[in-house]
Design a protein around this ligand. Structure first.
Ligand code: FAD
Length: 301
């Protein structure tokens, strides 16, 4: 991981990282194996692996983390969620991931399981991301030989978490995660550079010191754009939606174009790095990085 990302100081050259999710079939696993070889060859700071998101199998996340550790040069970073789990089960999961040789975590509360809502006691009673940051620190302390290994990241919401009532509350909560030991944050998706830049500026004024990595996803389809709009909590840009619709709902190059423009504005505005949601494909995110001139020639081409 680059020192710039950890210190928050101005990087000499912008960096990047990727997110992947466990495959849900044998064929998808083969395609993912191919994609992560290309992603790893690009030299990211890390590749993060989602956990239980959208009902995916949690064991599959650990298998994918092990695959990244054993078969690529990339640093694996484990998303970990607490939703629906006891403190002891979460503690065991942390140790299981560390036993697999993975020491970097993105500490999350997690999405409500399918069919549950935020109001469900199983969801509202789950450990928070802040408590998970503390649990990860405790687990590291139980392994003194490894205390200097591994970082803990947390999520940030430039357009506000659905549960929060105000930006001030979101920032206060993010600073509380920093005080609990989080070393950097990764944002939820958003469409406009100012949504990220104004959030980070306000958070810095309130005392946030850790780097905040903007999360970006080059969409390929109209359906993906609708999903991103839902996550971002904002309507999709009208022009992008119209152009995608005009192209028959599928136009990967439009997603690349939009992400390149957004990333340029973010990096010019001081973002330390870009975190790219890959949707388990390498072509689009590598095209984005190529356009931004962030790729050195890869042995895989
Ligand atoms: P928390 O930080 O615990 O809190 C969520 C919000 O609730 C806060 O923003 C705050 O407004 C409010 N809140 C909670 N407790 C307090 C408090 N004590 N005081 C004040 N406010 C409080 N989900 C998955 O299931 N698997 C994944 O792999 C996954 N990966 C993600 C990766 C990224 C980069 C992001 C941004 C999200 C990801 N999610 C994932 C979704 C995430 O888990 C959900 O958005 C979840 O609803 C909130 O998780 P959190 O870690 O932000 O929770």
């Amino acid at each position: 991981m680059s020192p710039d990302l950890l210190t928050g100081s101005a990087p000499t050259r912008a960096r990047f990282s990727f997110e992947v999710f466990p495959a849900r079939s044998g064929a998808a696993a083969l395609a993912l194996g191919h994609a992560v070889q290309h992603l790893s060859a690009a030299g990211p700071d890390f590749i993060s692996v989602t956990y239980g998101a959208n009902g995916s199998n949690r064991d599959a996340s650990v298998d994918l983390l092990k695959y990244l550790r054993d078969h690529t040069d990339a640093l694996p970073l484990a998303h970990l969620t607490t939703v629906g789990e006891s403190r002891e089960a979460v503690r065991r999961a942390i140790h299981g991931i560390m036993d697999a040789g993975v020491h970097d975590f993105l500490a999350l509360r997690g999405d409500p399981p399918r069919g549950r809502t935020e109001a469900d006691p199983e969801v509202s009673g789950s450990l928070s991301a802040l408590e998970l940051v503390e649990l990860v620190a405790e687990a590291r302390a139980e392994r003194p030989a490894l205390t200097s290994v591994g970082r803990t990241a947390v999520a940030a919401y430039p357009n506000g978490h659905p549960l929060s009532r105000s930006r001030a509350e979101d920032i206060e909560w993010l600073i509380a995660k920093q005080e609990a030991g989080a070393q950097f944050a990764i944002t939820q998706l958003f469409f406009e550079a100012d949504e990220y830049l104004s959030f980070v500026a306000d958070a810095r004024s309130a005392g946030l010191r850790i780097p905040v990595l903007p999360g970006l996803m080059p969409v390929s389809t109209s359906a993906q754009l609708r999903k991103v709009a839902q996550l971002a909590g904002r309507p999709a840009p009208g022009l992008l939606a119209a152009e995608l619709a005009e192209a028959g709902g599928y136009a990967p190059e439009l997603g690349v174009e939009h992400t390149v423009e957004l990333a340029r504005q973010l990096l010019a505005g001081g973002a330390p790095s870009v975190h790219l949601y890959t949707f388990n494909r390498h072509e689009q995110v590598l095209a984005v990085l190529r356009e931004l001139d962030l790729l050195t020639p890869s042995p895989l081409g």
